[in-house]
Design a protein around this ligand. Structure first.
Ligand SMILES: Cc1cc2nc3c(=O)[nH]c(=O)nc-3n(C[C@H](O)[C@H](O)[C@H](O)COP(=O)(O)O)c2cc1C
Length: 154
């Protein structure tokens, strides 16, 4: 574990080489092991490899172009209503954010363990990210983090 922690650092430049489904599955498996408040998993994840959507995400992230350059971008959402149904305002305002955050943390660390690298991106316009996914999300979903991942060029 400590090796993985020590290896993890923010990488913002990637090789064009794609990420295999097998490696993505390892990352999704890691996400599934993440704890969540009451086991409710009040978070959702989009796995994005489509170039146009990645470019729109980069624009939503105030022009952080490495978001579009990465072969895959994971988008972590908090789902407030799922947590609020059991925990009221604490679930809506806090637990769902924590559920999404710990899922993203597990994903980043597993990505590193699988030989990839990435960078947590928290600087983006919430409304701009929501607009990209408007047909697939519920209105209360909140984007918490973008995680562009790929093989490091640095
Ligand atoms: C909550 C959060 C938000 C961040 N947002 C961004 C971001 O929008 N763009 C970026 O390039 N790095 C972002 N980072 C990465 C940090 O800049 C980076 O983790 C920090 O400089 C420490 O470097 P290291 O990750 O290599 O240890 C973010 C990190 C965290 C935890």
């Amino acid at each position: 574990m400590l090796d993985v922690f020590n290896k993890r650092h923010s990488v913002r430049s990637f090789q064009p080489r794609g990420v295999t489904m097998e490696t993505l599955a390892e990352i999704l498996d890691a996400i599934n092991t993440a704890p969540s408040a009451g086991g409710l998993k009040a978070r959702e994840i989009h796995v994005i490899a489509d170039g146009e959507i990645k470019r729109r995400l980069a624009r939503a992230a105030f022009g952080q172009d490495f978001v579009a350059q990465a072969p895959v971008v994971l988008v972590f959402w908090a789902v407030p209503s799922r947590s609020a149904a059991k925990y009221g305002s604490r679930g809506r305002d806090l637990y769902c954010i924590q559920d999404a955050t710990i899922a993203a943390s597990f994903a980043w660390l597993q990505a590193v363990a699988s030989g990839l690298a990435g960078c947590w991106v928290g600087a983006f316009g919430d409304d701009e990210v929501k607009a990209i996914f408007r047909k697939e999300i519920q209105s209360d979903w909140r984007p918490v983090a973008l995680l562009p991942i790929g093989y490091p060029a640095e």
